[in-house]
Ligand binder design. Sequence first.
Ligand code: SAH
Ligand code: SF4
Ligand code: F3S
Length: 442
Amino acid sequence: MEKRVYIKTYGCQMNERESESLEAILGNCGYEMVNDEHSADIILLNTCSVREQAEAKAIGKSNLIARGKNREKLIGIVGCMAQNLGENLYKKSPPTRLIVGPNRIEKIPEYLDQLIRDKDRRITDIETGPIDRQFVAAHNEKKVKASMFVSIMQGCNMRCAYCIVPKTRGPEQYRLMEDIIDEIRLLAERGAKEVTLLGQIVNHYGANRMPSMDGKSPFVQLLEKIQRIDGICRIRFMSPHPNGFKSDLIESYGKLSKLCPHVHLPLQSGSDKILRAMKRSYQCEQFLSIVTALRERIPTISISTDIIVGFPGETEEDFQRTCAIFDHIKFDMAFIFKYSIRPETAAEQLGDRIPQEVKEARNQILLQRVEYYSRQYNESMVGMVKKVLVEAPAKHGEGRLEGYTPEHKKAIFAGTEDLIGQIVDIRIKSHTTSTLLGKIIE
Ligand code: SAH
Ligand code: SF4
Ligand code: F3S
């Protein structure tokens, strides 16, 4: 069997990052990465369990791949769904021969070697354990781009009533600060200009494990250290929790010049009653005061969020409260999710009580609001000159490039590909709902 591997990634940025590390270590072990499933001998699906639909998609895909000409391919399911369903996946997806949880991805090259040798074997590994220091920092040298993800922690100690992540990813574990800094230095040497720090609750980094210094949490200390790395021009992070968003972090805005003026801060609901039922441990007022404090420091800061509609017990009045806070904050970007019941979560026993059509209607109402405020925010940027980190050729249109402003708004403009990886000044001329259109200032 040849060793050509195709990895398809579902789910969040953490999964994307882990697929990158997996690619890097597979490359070191004699496997060749390919960009499409047809030319691959081995197909690995890096999966997500956060909603039922995410699981159904990956299971459907694995069964689809195994049909016809592809019958000989070796299929592995890795990541959160592998952890959640374990060996049950062999029933749902009979062609699968490898099941590996997110904590054990570093073992995959070794397991593939064994499966290639022994065609009748299946391997399952959903053990939990400490973060593998080398694996989490692994990058394919040739694939370092202008903007890179850096995972700083694993797992989550929160127990939001709806969420499966603590089950799939286990308790919080933090990487050593020096490992993170070394990784970012190396990325900077290889041309990265922007890093996005990843963690399920990224601002809990080091909580109760590393000391605070001068009133600064380990997370803020980390930001300050990254601020000092030459070559890195922008720092982002995803996703913080409102609970750990204290004054030390708020005060970093405007003080740390590389910290981008965009915060993705999941609200989930605008009703205190629902937040309590979700076990989110903050109230709307606290959320609002974070947003107000951030806007006092940077008035044009972009604030985006995650909302779940249709959590059990969400009345029309609760939903109206979500709409009201949405109108108050004017989130310029938001992911709206329809509640999906997840096994072994605290909310499972509450049932899935809101009818599908009600969830759909609430989803649509909020999507319209996102569109409205996104347009409004983009409109406010017309005429401004923005620093754009050029990432790639634009998807549609010859000779056009795309990149992101510090606020994480996508900008499209005419330019030559040698500008990819550079930061250029763009005058914003017009916009669509989600994109700014501009011109390079010569
Ligand atoms: N750790 C991040 C979120 C991880 S999951 C945080 O706490 O902010 C990403 C988003 O998926 C969540 O913010 C939530 O809005 C949504 N989500 C999680 N579980 C869900 C479920 N059971 N049904 C619908 N949406 C869900
Ligand atoms: Fe899930 Fe809550 Fe943890 Fe986020 S903070 S991963 S929503 S349990
Ligand atoms: Fe999904 Fe796991 Fe990320 S459940 S959202 S891939 S942490």
